[in-house]
Design a protein around this ligand. Sequence first.
Ligand SMILES: *[C@@H]1O[C@H](CO)[C@@H](O)[C@H](O)[C@H]1NC(C)=O
Ligand SMILES: *[C@@H]1O[C@H](CO)[C@@H](O)[C@H](O)[C@H]1NC(C)=O
Length: 411
Amino acid sequence: MAIFGAHVLVACIVACAGLLWLRSRSSSKEMRDIPGTMGWPVIGETFSFISDFSSPAGILSFMRDRQKRFGKVFKTYVLGRITVFMTGREAAKILLSGKDGVVSLNLFYTGKQVLGPTSLLTTNGEEHKKLRRLIGEPLSIDALKKHFDFINELAVQTLETWLGRRVLVLEEASSFTLKVIANMLVSLEPEGEEQEKFRANFKVISSSFASLPLKVPGTAFHRGLKARNRMYAMLDSVISRRREGGEVRGDFLQTLLRKHAGDDADKLTDAQLKDNILTLLVAGHDTTTAGLTWLVKFLGENPEVLEKLREEHLQIRERLNGTSHLGWSDVNNMPYTNKVMNETLRRATILPWFSRKAAQDFSIDGYDIKKGTSVNLDVVSIHHDPAVFADPGRFHPDRFDVSLVSGRQIS
Ligand SMILES: *[C@@H]1O[C@H](CO)[C@@H](O)[C@H](O)[C@H]1NC(C)=O
Ligand SMILES: *[C@@H]1O[C@H](CO)[C@@H](O)[C@H](O)[C@H]1NC(C)=O
């Protein structure tokens, strides 16, 4: 029975994929003019995409190869849909500014299901704009300043536990980042049982994103949805304590509740609050964790950079005389550190491509893009364009001096 079920399931998946592929082949007639190959039936170019993605060079080789053959705009068929990749200044402007509603966000089905229907990442148009405004305000620099001492102390504490011990940096960075974000959003204490439960649920949710969307017990997707429900139950009790006025904190949730207390149009429902707290957790955690981990790797590989970084920080310590704590103004006065961070983000390219969906027909570089197409900005090629960043494979923070002066950094 189980074997029979599995066969039926596989047959259904293959049939669905086949239909999708045929459908996209016919719609691709409209985009015949865009160069590129669709690869094998059903799977398209998914295998080379995934194998390049997991290789040390990352997605860059997939892009390079096709850009050489087809140019800056090309089409392919990966992960079950026809996909257009584009790179360069004009593409970045159109796809990232989203001006005139040319493109909308493009999230996979699993992501949509896990983050919920009212997340900033799953809404479009006017609703998206409203959420962005409401949610953006409490995330300003001023809000960050309020949390600075907490972040600084936690960083020092965390690094002290590293002394004389082998650590798994990714794990350390993840746990640190989650503590910071959960504290900023809902004042979760960095230690204790609540934090442990929160982290356990978060990990399950996180790993469900890249899973097949089968709502069947035992699958990563199913476990993710259940963990999401447990996390929402925790948030429900926090939100109701706040709404009843029994608890007042200086965090993101409090700002949202207070700010829109009297204004019906701007009031966020509990569902919206929860979906967007989870969205910020996921978005902030994954990117920051990756950034910190790459930073440590690059510093390990480049001792001369580490030495200069140490010098800058030893000087700050001297200036502080060993008495006073690091302050906000000190953070804004770390020129070398700033370059190291920028170079880390360039070299690692935490988000190698941005996925959008054409919300209307538009043209770019002389090619017509049809409404509904998945259009993607290939960022990794911009960050590794030798015309913009000389010797792009090298980790070289001082390049930011030169490029800032010549103004070639933005291209
Ligand atoms: C730093 O310490 C020295 C000696 O302890 C003291 O004379 C000086 O005033 C201190 N400076 C600051 C900025 O606290
Ligand atoms: C680092 O990047 C930020 C954001 O793009 C920019 O504002 C800043 O000037 C950069 N710093 C340096 C030293 O280039």
